[in-house]
Design a protein around this ligand. Structure first.
Ligand code: ZN
Length: 205
């Protein structure tokens, strides 16, 4: 059984090395849409894969970090990186090119990490991220698949080197706490944890 939740944010980037001159040479923005699909072979006591209320907390906090942000590739031209970090409050620095494909893999790994650290409540089974589809425009998207495992493992090792701007962390305490937990236990990005940190207090519905 699968369930889908849509998240949206507005963000800017440059995708260096891509074939489109406009995309690789110019700061430009997108109204990103992210379709998160979760799957489970069992249903909880309410007959659900997982209460969407559980996603409203840390998963929403994660996607909100990108809203009105500049998504930096940390290897981009040093002058640009310096300018964005000094003159722009909301930025997320990634050690990989911020293409829709890489963002989809990154989102997949981080949301799976959140689930791996979340205490099951209400009889919820082994919920996994099935896919993440990132729409940059109305006409194009990139989507992860479960057999992208090598890409997830590679991403998990890079993800801990992402940086969220001080202003984002100051505004988004829930994400700050979540990110500290994930980076302190990077194994939890790829495998379910015995000692789970995130409790049911995040159900807001
Ligand atoms: Zn773009």
């Amino acid at each position: 059984m699968r369930i889908r939740k849509l998240f949206k944010f507005e963000a800017a980037h440059i995708v260096r090395n891509c074939s489109s001159v406009r995309c690789r040479q110019n700061i430009h923005g997108h109204s990103f849409k992210v379709e998160l699909v979760l799957k489970s072979g069992t249903l909880d006591n309410a007959g659900m894969v997982m209460d969407f209320g559980l996603l409203k907390g840390r998963v929403s906090a994660f996607f909100d970090t990108f809203d009105h942000s500049y998504i930096i590739w940390s290897e981009d031209k040093s002058g640009l990186v310096r300018f964005i970090c000094n003159e722009n409050e909301r930025w997320v620095s990634l050690p990989f090119s911020p293409s829709a494909e890489n963002l989809a893999i990154f989102f997949h790994v981080i949301v799976q990490g959140i689930l791996n650290n979340t205490v099951p409540v209400n009889g919820q089974g082994g919920v996994k991220v099935h896919s993440v589809r990132v729409h940059e425009t109305d006409t194009g998207w990139a989507e992860t698949e479960l057999d992208d495992t090598p890409l997830f493992e590679e991403m998990a090792s890079m993800a801990v080197n992402c940086t969220f701007s001080p202003e984002i962390m100051a505004e988004n305490k829930e994400w700050k706490e979540t990110w500290e937990c994930l980076t302190n236990n990077p194994m939890s990005l790829t495998s379910p944890q015995e000692n789970r940190t995130f409790g049911p207090e995040n159900i807001t519905r």
